[in-house]
Design a protein around this ligand. Structure first.
Ligand SMILES: *Cc1c(COP(=O)(O)O)cnc(C)c1O
Ligand SMILES: [Zn+2]
Length: 392
């Protein structure tokens, strides 16, 4: 029997694979969290397999989740709060998307149809293609026509069927959900129920790491709003069974060149309006028409958090801090979270006593790092003398 999916906004219920409610909002799986046995010996996110619509897969899916939680408290680095990094860069394809792709691929492997698909120009495309390869599924990836060659190469190494699409990328999300069933493709887009089921497990891991305490805030970069919504769902499930009693405040950070959810939050609007995408180095979070924008707003409002935006200069500075002071290489989209924390500390929204978890969503090892390289060439026979001068 198909599991039920429901709407956070109006409460309507449907049978999966339906993905959007008649009211227009995205759907998520109904789960009975009280059924969960969290000491089942599952690895990584599969500790929570009872809360997922699929069983533990074979292949790289087993490596999803179970990422490190790192306390950032080195002397001399003042971040203005008790900061932890949830290091999602440790995933097989370097981003949290592997949690959702693992669930998506496992579902399609068990239930069909023949193909898994996604609409993405970056991490989600790469991740879906990798998990499809492991599960021996056909995979179709729809990318924007003007995608940079470097990013296309990262996706292509897993050999999905790649189609470059001209036209509205925002509309493409909805079109794929409409024509997917006829074409025999399960589209596991940014905020679809299967992807959300996988992504919520990061909230479980964070809660279990702090139990019986609860962190005061979770800060993450936001584009479609799928990740933020999934975290909200995970927190609500854990609250409903008493693992946590309060929800951490969710702070969502966008790049100011493309910040439709932050704009709606500032305007105190209920509904996120699409914007036109400006150029930003945080290309992974530049969705001008976020399909889970309204749901992300609801998550922020229920948890007492906020949505804010940061400039590319703030993002560059935060990225540099993470690599040179923390030793963590993240992509610019990820660094927005630390830039956001800086702003929240400046405005005293986050204070020194707050325990804050920053989600490092994606690795910096995929792109060409934007750094100044200063390395001299030295002959081996003069090396020791030279090092004696340099290493003082
Ligand atoms: C996808 C992605 C995001 C944004 O997640 P949404 O669910 O679209 O809000 C943030 N950071 C990185 C690195 C990503 O790949
Ligand atoms: Zn609805």
């Amino acid at each position: 029997m198909a599991p039920d999916v429901s709407c956070y906004a109006c409460g309507r219920t449907y049978a999966f694979p339906r993905k959007r409610c008649a009211c227009g909002e995205p759907l998520w799986f109904d789960t009975d969290p009280s059924a969960a046995d969290r000491s089942n010996g599952g690895r990584g996110m599969w500790t929570y397999v009872d809360l997922l619509p699929v069983g533990e897969p074979r292949g790289i899916g087993v490596a999803a989740g179970g990422t490190p939680l790192i306390r950032v408290d080195r002397p001399g680095l003042d971040v203005g709060c008790r900061l932890y990094v949830k290091d999602e860069t440790e995933h097989p394809t370097g981003a949290f998307k592997d949690r959702g792709s693992a669930v998506g691929a496992a579902w399609v492997a068990d239930h069909g149809p023949e193909w898994i698909g996604t609409v993405s120009h970056g991490n989600m495309a790469m991740s879906t293609a990798a998990h499809a390869a492991a599960a021996d599924l056909g995979c179709v990836v729809l990318v924007p026509a003007d995608i940079p060659a470097e990013r296309l190469a990262h996706i292509a190494q897993f050999d999905p069927t790649i189609v470059r699409v001209e036209g509205s990328y925002g509309q493409l999300y909805y079109d794929t959900l409409a024509f997917g069933p006829d074409l025999g493709v399960e589209f596991v887009n940014s905020d679809t129920p299967l992807r959300g089921a996988g992504h919520k497990t990061v909230a479980f891991e964070i809660c279990d790491a702090f139990a019986p305490d609860v962190p005061d805030a979770i800060v993450l970069p936001t584009s479609s709003g799928g990740h933020a919504s999934a975290i909200w769902k995970g927190l609500r499930e854990f609250r409903s069974v008493g693992v946590i009693d309060t929800l951490p405040r969710l702070y969502l950070v966008q790049a100011s060149a493309c910040d439709p959810i932050a704009t709606a939050y500032r305007d105190d609007a209920r509904v996120v309006d699409a914007t036109t995408a400006g150029e930003t180095i945080a290309y992974s979070i530049a969705n001008p028409d976020p399909p889970s924008g309204n749901r992300a707003l609801a998550a922020v409002r229920e948890t007492g958090g906020a949505v804010l935006s940061v400039t590319d200069d703030d993002i560059r500075a935060a990225k540099t801090t993470l690599s040179t002071e923390v030793g963590l290489s993240v992509e610019p989209a990820s660094a927005t979270a630390l830039a956001g924390i800086r702003r929240l500390v400046d405005s005293e929204t986050i204070t020194a006593d707050d325990t804050v978890v920053m989600i490092a969503t994606g690795t910096g090892f995929k792109g060409r790092p934007d750094v100044h390289i200063d390395a001299e060439a030295v002959q081996l026979d003069t090396l020791e003398d030279r090092l004696a001068t340099v290493l003082t």
